[in-house]
Design a binder for this molecule. Structure first.
Ligand code: GDP
Ligand code: MG
Length: 678
């Protein structure tokens, strides 16, 4: 990058679905601003973004790309946010930092729905955003249809600031509705002004519609329109800027990043329309100087790097920053980031997005205060439900400790990852957004921390119970040399209602089992319930100790525990054991065109649809409520996404255990027995 421009430093996010050309648009902005030379070829590896081995291997972005450029008097920090679900959390934490988001869309009304999750999040966070319809050279449908589709997925009115000019089947230029000027696109260069000519009537209509939309939020403009007064150009521009930044409208621009069409026009929109960083600081309620943390990463030799945006004043290398919990750490190096390249700097300007070295106390979404006392901000990034899990274990046993430390770093870097230790199955389960999300994380871990892991679908925590009752006698008796062992009990074993768990009681009279050993009997009973006759933990059983006997010398705690265990081992087998499986209650959210796909998918997975209706707060979406066996959830997210253009999502919670019988039960029991012998 060249010398710093003297003006504002603004941060802009490029967001939207995968493949709409965000990374390409970042490149085009860098080229159009003169920060970078145009390159022949293109594709992954040729752009500033997507330089990591993981991104290159996949041919699309899998992490945030950072770059910056100067344009006219101002500077811009651009964050290219990938659309893939595999790195969704990174984007979640980046959005609150920016002054403006450019939602990059395909020129296809059928794909407009893909923008909805992004638009919802921008609306929720109240971040000013515009839509850039990219690849306009491939557009084949009339503008009104596209605009209608965009309006269908945006809570705010979408306002076309331009209309495309068609030459037969192809778009060759645009009319700027604010300036009332026509332009012909030129590859890699500024567009060329043309006379409005035959487009005049069309322009007048479209402009009038734009003014009507603006007038919905401006009485002065409304009066002028009603009174047939031609509004001052100044007023129109002022309204466009104000209504964008107040979150009242979402303007729409067109272009083609690969050809460089409309990119200079977009630069001008950033310059004229994007709010100053002070507005974002206000939105975040960041009223002390400091930095908003976008992302943290462990970068080999360099150690921990914190990507953050500077607010409220410049930040010098060595500055002390206070985390929300009051912990302090010092900036150990400041870096300007341009894709894979970093350049050391002494000072970051207010508004800059920089990488900060060795900040021990920093996590995504935090605001670190440069003023000593901890500060808090208003942005609440919502956590993503971990919808997919894999059981993991180090391939080499000696790697266990290194695996734990590598996982801790992975989880810190990617807030959508979590590691759970399943108390029932004793497995370590890595959870996240999808199979590819977890594979990506493990691939990174292998490359950066050289820890290799084996993965498997997580084991379902089945249980078993009984349907019959029995009164069981058991005696543990051993005579080995001097001291013997003697414990003798009679227990009543009965089934409980589903979900009641375990109850133990005793009705011992006359001290036939001495009081001090009754807890040992209960312990023995519990020991046996850890693994019942079918091989699973036993639940929903009541056990009463009703009788027994002891030996003055040989009885002991150990002996009674053993007797309790024996009684259960023998007794449970006589009570018609029954397999139980966990059932979860799901809320599945999909665009309503996919609702019937979901309701017919669920029964094929032994699921039970409880009902469906409109999703709260999401126009055009439904929420399907259902019961689904836990064991079927692993495959659900993949199938759900494939029937919903990747948009489907769900929440789940354990609901109840239910009986499994027949073939399904036989297979599960056989599988467990084979595992035990393996
Ligand atoms: N024809 C055309 N191709 C584009 C355009 N923008 C991006 N592409 C291509 O579309 C593919 C995906 O672009 P990319 O920038 O990686 O998309 P992203 O997933 O949004 O970052 C790449 O092969 C680009 O070269 C465009 O405006 N026109
Ligand atoms: Mg990309």
């Amino acid at each position: 990058m060249g010398a710093h421009a003297p003006g504002l430093v603004r941060a802009v996010a490029l967001v939207g679905p995968t493949g709409t050309g965000k990374t390409n648009l970042m490149e085009a902005l860098l080229i159009a601003s003169g920060a970078r030379q145009a390159r022949a070829g293109g594709g992954p590896g040729a752009t500033v973004g997507d330089s990591s081995p993981e991104a290159r291997a996949r041919g699309h972005s899998v992490e945030l790309n950072f770059a910056g450029f100067d344009y006219m008097d101002d500077s811009y920090a651009v964050i290219d946010i990938p659309g893939a679900i595999d790195c969704a959390a990174e984007g979640d934490f980046a959005l609150p930092a920016v002054d403006l988001a450019v939602v990059v869309a395909a020129p296809d009304s059928a794909k407009a729905i893909l923008l909805q999750p992004t638009l919802k999040e921008l609306e929720r966070l109240n971040i000013p955003h515009l839509i850039f319809v990219n690849r306009i050279d491939t557009a084949r449908e009339p503008l009104p249809r596209l605009l209608e589709a965009l309006a269908g997925v945006s809570e705010r009115p979408v306002v076309a600031r331009q209309i495309p000019i068609w030459d037969g089947e192809h778009v060759t230029g645009y009319i700027d509705l604010a300036l009332e000027r026509a332009f012909a696109y030129r590859d890699g260069a500024a567009s060329e002004r043309r006379p409005l000519g035959a487009h005049e009537a069309e322009e007048k209509d479209a402009r009038f519609h734009m003014l009507e939309q603006l007038a919905d939020f401006d009485d002065e403009l409304l009066e002028q329109l009603v009174g047939d007064v031609t509004p001052e150009q100044e007023l129109v521009f002022a309204d466009l800027v104000k209504e964008l930044n107040q979150g009242l409208i979402t303007p729409v621009f067109f272009g083609d990043s690969a050809k460089g069409w409309g990119v200079r026009r977009l630069l001008k929109a950033l310059r004229h329309d994007a709010a100053a960083p002070t507005a974002s600081a206000e939105r975040l309620c960041a009223d002390v100087p400091g930095v908003y943390v976008i992302k943290t990463a462990y970068a080999g030799q360099a150690g921990k790097l914190t990507y953050a945006r500077v607010f409220g004043g410049p930040l010098a290398d060595g500055a002390e920053l206070t985390a929300p919990d009051g912990e302090r750490s010092r900036a150990g190096g400041l870096f300007q980031v341009q894709g894979a390249a970093t350049r050391k700097i002494d000072k970051a300007r207010a508004g800059d997005v920089v990488a900060i070295g060795k900040l021990e106390h920093a996590a995504p979404g935090q605001y670190l205060s440069a003023r000593g006392a901890a500060a808090s901000i208003s942005a609440k990034v919502s956590a993503r439900t971990p919808v997919y899990g894999l059981a993991i274990a180090a391939k080499v046993r000696n790697d266990d400790v290194r695996l734990a430390s590598a996982l801790a770093k992975l989880v810190e870097e990617d807030p959508a990852l979590a590691v759970e230790h399943d108390a029932d199955t004793h497995e370590m389960v890595l959870t996240g957004q999808s199979d590819s999300h977890l594979k990506l994380a493990l691939e990174r871990m292998k490359r950066r921390f050289t820890v290799d892991v084996a993965t498997a679908p997580p084991t379902t925590p089945y249980k078993e119970t009984i349907t019959g009752a029995v009164t069981q006698h058991a005696r543990h008796k051993k005579q080995t040399g001097g001291h013997g062992q003697f414990g003798d009990v009679i227990v009543e074993i009965k089934p409980l209602k589903r979900g009641e768990g375990f109850q133990f009681s005793q009705r011992i009279t006359g001290g036939v089992v001495p009081k001090q050993w009754i807890p040992a009997v209960e312990q023995g009973v519990r020991d046996a319930m850890a693994k019942g006759p079918l091989g699973f933990p036993v639940t929903d059983v009541s056990v009463a100790l009703i009788d027994g006997s002891y030996h003055a010398v040989d009885s002991s705690e150990m002996a009674f525990r053993q007797a309790g265990r024996l009684a259960m081992d023998e007794g449970l087998r006589k009570c018609n054991p029954l397999l139980l499986e966990p059932i979860e209650r799901l809320k599945i959210h999909v665009p309503n065109a996919c609702t019937s796909g979901v309701t017919s998918l669920l029964p094929t997975k032994r699921g039970q649809v409880l009902g469906f209706g409109p999703r709260e707060g999401w126009k055009g979406w439904d929420t399907v409520e259902a019961y689904l066996p836990r064991s079927e959830r692993g495959a659900l997210i993949g199938e759900l996404r494939s029937l919903s253009q990747g948009l489907g999502m769900f929440e789940f919670a354990f609901d109840h255990m239910t009986e499994v019988t027949g073939r399904t039960a036989d297979d599960i029991i056989k599988g467990k027995a084979e595992m035990a012998h393996a």
